[in-house]
Design a protein around this ligand. Sequence first.
Ligand SMILES: [Zn+2]
Length: 339
Amino acid sequence: MTSHPRSPAGTGRAGPAADVGRWFSTATSRSPDGPGPTRGGPRLPGWGPMEGAQYGRRSAPADIDAALGMLRGRPVAVLTGAGMSTGSGLPDYRGRDAVPRSPMTYQEFIGHDLARRRYWARSTVGWEQFRSARPGPAHRLLAALDPAAFPVTAVITQNVDGLHAAAGSAPVIDLHGRLDRVRCQQCEAVSSRAALHQRMLMMNPALAARLPELAAEAAQAPDGDAEVDRTSSFRYPPCPLCGGILKPDVVFFGESARREVVAAAFAALEAAHALLVLGSSITVQSGLRFVRAAGRREMPVVILNDGPTRADPDATVRLHGRLEDVLSSWADAVGATTR
Ligand SMILES: [Zn+2]
């Protein structure tokens, strides 16, 4: 294995990227020690490293081999989270380097024009970096595992970055949607975020002119760039078909995953003999329910994550370590195709 590229391509900085897009966060809720304001929505835990968490543990090679023995040769459903994409420079809101903040809720986004201006302004600044993220070693290793020895029924991901599909995994079930798509909240029409980005740059020429500068500023200041926070004048378009509210096609806090997507994920679990969880602290119910369902079916559950997970009591085998190290050792054992 080559070294793990923890810094985003081209920046040369150590550690995961600053959350320049703040795709889920508000500018107003920055409480480092507790829930932020959630006007009209559910109370939410703040994001940040988990309290009392131990990071950096490594399982013994014998345990890693034993876990593979439990999985190999039988259909496996894989559930992944943010830890999968930190190697691609995307932030993990609950990892060891996470900046505490509270996410923007669905209710805030839908209920307040000002919240939407803030969301779109900030995520416009972050879009280029998000869009340029590429699959990391963990994505590629998972996609390359020999399907005869390690058949995957589906990669069910809580990530919204599309990097599993870009790495060649199939099928991928995007439990929380995809940030490169936009969905009208009224007519449900789905469109391209890249196209909306161009449209918003045209509607906001002053911000567009300063975009590289603002993006650099935001990347340097993980938790505060007042410039981008002056977003009340940011303009965004309505749905061109019906005039409805456009929203990123991702599941916000306070919102449920789409029913047909959840059904597909459960079908992938039904078709499997084991569940493998990679890089998720499984803090939200939408992921936890798959672990619980696997437990009810008496399926083995293998959890690999750096740091604690909410599903640790449900794990048959709990592995610690870097995803790419463990997947690399499994690829050596079962064989892998080159991608
Ligand atoms: Zn519409």
